[in-house]
Design a protein around this ligand. Sequence first.
Ligand code: NAD
Length: 355
Amino acid sequence: MRIALLPGDGIGKDIVKQAVKVLDAVGKKYNCVFEYKEALIGGEAIDKVGTPLPQETIDICKESDAVLLGAVGGPKWDNLAGNLRPEAGLLGIRKALGVYANLRPAIVFPQLKDASTLKEEVLKDGIEIMIVRELTGGLYFGEKKRVQTEEGQKAWDTMVYTEKEIDRISRMSFEIARKRNRKLTLVDKSNVLESSRLWREVFTNIAKDYTDVAVDYMYVDNAAMQLVRNPKQFDVILTENTFGDILSDEAAMLTGSLGMLPSASLGDGKVGLYEPIHGSAPDIAGQNKANPIATIMSVAMMLRYSFNMLDAADDIEKAIVTILDKGYRTLDIMQEGMTAVGTEEMGDLIAGEIK
Ligand code: NAD
C-alpha cells in the first residue's frame, strides 16, 4: 500500500512522524507493507520551489493509494496573495484528487469529558458522531458577483447543487451509516431553500435502497441547537457544504480539544485524503508538545475507508483509549493526576499497544 506523506508546516512534521510509527506497528502485526513517499506542500513548498502545491506533489499523491497530510500555514506566509498562500495548496490537492465528501467524526472520549464545555450529563459515556460534509458544491463554488447600483453595492453568492452531486454523497453516507449504528440524518433548510428541497427529494429516493438504515430529517437551525442539547441522538449527519462547515466546527468543540479530531476526504477516485482538523500550531512547532492523536486517528480512518482494514483501524482506536486510560496526556489535554508526555512519547506509547 503506497501512502503519500505531506507533513507540511509547523507541527505537521512532528505529528505525521508519530502516525507513521503507528502504521509501521500495524504493518508488523498484519504482515503488510506500507510504502511512504514524502512530498512538499504549503509554506515549505513555497520556500523551496515557489508554489504551495508543486506538480510533483500532485503526481505523487495520484500515484498513491492514500494521502496523509499534516497541516499547512504559518505567520511567515500570511502576507502572500491568496493563490500563493499555503492554504491554496490544501484546496488544490483536494481538487486534484476529486474528493467531494469530507468525513469528520466528533468523538468525546469518556476519559476527556472534562475538556468539553458541555455538562457531564450530556456527555456521559462518550459521544461519537460522524458529519459528512459536501465539499465541492454549494455556495462556495456557485456564481458570485458584486455590482454597483444606484443605492450602493450589491453582492450575491449562489447555492447550486445538481442531482448527481447529491446522489453520490447520499449513497456514500448510507454506506458509512451501514458500517456504524445505521442512523442517518439529512440536515437542510428545505422550508426555505429550493436547493435543500432537491437534496430531500434525491436523498429520500436513495433511502429506498437502504431500508436497513433509519432516516431522519432536520432543519439546520434545529440541528445546531440539538448538537449541544442532545448530541447522543445523532449517528451520521449528512449536509451540504456551508452548513457542514459550520456544524462540523460546532461538533468539534463538543470534544473540547482540537488535537483529538481526525478527518477523511473521499471521492469516487481511488485516493482518499486524511488529515487532522487542526492547523499547523506554529506556537508549539518542533517543541515535542503537539498532540499526535488526531493524526493517528486519521490513519485509523485511512485503514477503514481506503484499505478496508477494519480490525487494524479498531486496534488503533483501542490503543488510544488504553493509553488515555493509563493516564498519559499531551499538554493540550493534561489534567491533574495524569502523566504528561511529549509528542514522541505519545506516538511510541500508542504504537507500542499494537501487537
Ligand atoms: P491551529 O489549529 O494551528 O491552533 C490553534 C490552537 O490550538 C493553538 O494554540 C495550537 O497550539 C493548538 N493546537 C492545534 N493543534 C494542536 C495539537 N495537535 N496539539 C496541541 N495543541 C494544538 O489554528 P490557528 O492558530 O488558527 O492557525 C495556525 C496556522 O494553521 C495558520 O497559518 C492557519 O492558516 C493554519 N491552518 C491550517 C489548517 C490545515 O492545514 N488544515 C487548518 C487550520 C489552520
